[in-house]
Design a protein around this ligand. Structure first.
Ligand code: GDP
Ligand code: MG
Length: 443
């Protein structure tokens, strides 16, 4: 099942030997894990093929080991598999808001109504639930008890055989009683493979109550067989979302989630247990991070983010070494410094750059406050001055700039001196050919 993914990752991070072997073994473990979670074989194959190709062909960004890069590639692909960047919006866009539940019998509709009621109560909404399942004996009592536990209002007509009428009257009355969110539970007594009948019934009730959202409940144990149902549902209703239940009780959860995602339908929540609190908002990125072993991954992603900034900075330094240095170059460099955060720490992460650390020390010691001030000062320079810093030898210019930026002339001179020291430093660097070559390799 999906749990095996975490084991595959920790094994990967521990193993030694030729990189290609490591990749291949990891890919095999990953395939095994996904297929045992009932993810469609073709999806698994395509996904692992992409990971393998990129892992073997592409260079990791500087500062990242190849294994870390492999984990990051896997993260990206798994996020895509389970729904992509999408973050579900669980807050109703307006109130009163009517939610109608559909799904085959036993999928977990009634339980999920209780969970949702509690979830939305916790967010401060007034919630009402309607018992429109007239087929299943005990359905009325089951929902009434759940409503009590969730602190939700309840509407039902015990003994009635008119689900459409109950739904209509229930929605009406609960709205009148001040519900912000009304959730309608339905019967859905059809079995797997009876999608047509299920969706027909859904349409009949939907016509009567005009729900703002229709929620299809799918049992995770359905695995990749969820695909057809989710697809038809997604095509049948423009206001549909999906909840996958019983993620705790089956190894096939991965299959259900990926199958639903493949249809383009959206998963909003997953059910993770029988208890009324065991529901969570489904966020693919967070879900995958957890599959891979959250803690490690978070710091890895952070590192990649920072390295991206470092890469840009390296380019600027390379430009500075090869071209003319003006206030424009300084401006760009300082802007990047402010984005990078603790400067020394970042530079230390780059192999080979520590030799340069000394030369860049001056930049490293700049306070954020000072950098901001200097950016302001450069904003009140003329184009001519930006392109030709030596003009600042003229006192009258320094004075004018200082007045424009609201600072002391001494601060303008300080910036000018910084410019001169950077220029000097770059001239020295240029002479050190070995370093240049090192940079070329990094860039
Ligand atoms: P309905 O027929 O669609 O209304 O399904 P029910 O809500 O009555 O649920 C059927 C069974 O599934 C019950 O025994 C529930 O306790 C159980 N169930 C529902 N959701 C979950 C879940 O997320 N995890 C587990 N383990 N059981 C669940
Ligand atoms: Mg039910």
């Amino acid at each position: 099942g999906l749990d095996d993914i975490r084991r595959a990752v920790s094994k990967l991070l521990k193993r030694s030997g030729p990189y290609e072997n490591i990749v291949n073994e990891f890919i095999r473990d990953l395939q095994r894990a996904l297929i045992s979670a009932d993810v469609n074989v073709r999806l698994v194959f395509n996904l692992t093929k992409r990971i393998r190709e990129r892992a073997l062909k592409e260079q990791p960004p500087p500062g990242l080991s190849r294994r870390e890069w492999l984990v990051k590639l896997t993260y990206d692909e798994l996020v895509k598999l389970f729904g992509g960047e999408y973050e579900p919006e669980v807050k109703p866009p307006y109130t009163p808001y009517v939610i109608m539940m559909v799904g085959v019998q036993g999928s977990g509709k009634t339980t999920t109504v209780g969970k949702l009621a509690k979830f939305y109560r916790g967010m401060g909404y007034r919630v009402g639930v309607v018992a429109a399942d007239t087929y299943r004996p005990g359905a009325y009592e089951q929902l009434k008890q759940l409503a009590d536990r969730a602190g939700a209002m309840f509407y039902g007509e015990p003994g009635s055989k008119d689900p459409v009428g109950i739904a209509r009257r229930g929605v009406e009355e609960l709205k009148q009683r001040g519900a912000d969110i009304v959730i309608v539970d339905t019967a859905g007594r059809h079995g797997y493979g009876e999608e047509e009948a299920l969706l027909d019934e859904m349409k009949r009730i939907a016509e009567a109550i005009k729900p703002d959202e229709v929620v299809l409940v799918i049992d995770a144990a359905m695995g990749q067989k969820s695909y057809d149902l989710a697809k038809r549902f997604h095509e049948a209703t423009p206001v549909g979302s999906i909840i996958v239940t019983k993620m705790d009780g089956t190894a096939k959860g991965g299959g259900a989630l990926s199958a639903v995602a493949a249809t383009g339908a959206r998963i909003k929540f997953i059910g993770t247990g029988e208890d009324i609190d065991e529901i969570e908002v489904f966020r693919p990125k967070r879900f995958v991070a957890r599959l891979l072993g959250m803690g490690d991954l978070e710091s890895l992603l952070e590192k990649i983010e920072r390295l991206r900034g470092v890469e840009e900075f390296e380019k600027t330094v390379a430009e500075m070494m090869s071209g003319k240095i003006t206030f424009r170059t300084i401006y760009k460099q300082l802007q990047q410094v402010t984005k990078l955060g603790p400067f020394r720490k970042i530079l230390q992460m780059i192999p080979g750059i520590s030799t340069m650390l000394e030369s860049l020390d001056e930049a490293a010691r700049l306070s954020e406050e000072k950098v901001k001030k200097w950016l302001t000062i450069m904003n009140s320079m003329t184009y001519e001055e930006l392109d030709n810093p030596n003009l600042l030898e003229e006192r009258s210019r320094v004075k004018r700039i200082a007045v424009g930026a609201g600072v002391e002339p001494s601060e303008v001179r300080e910036l000018y001196n910084y410019y001169k020291s950077v220029k000097k430093m770059m001239r020295q660097l240029k002479k050190r050919k070995d370093l240049l070559e090192r940079f070329a390799r990094l860039g």
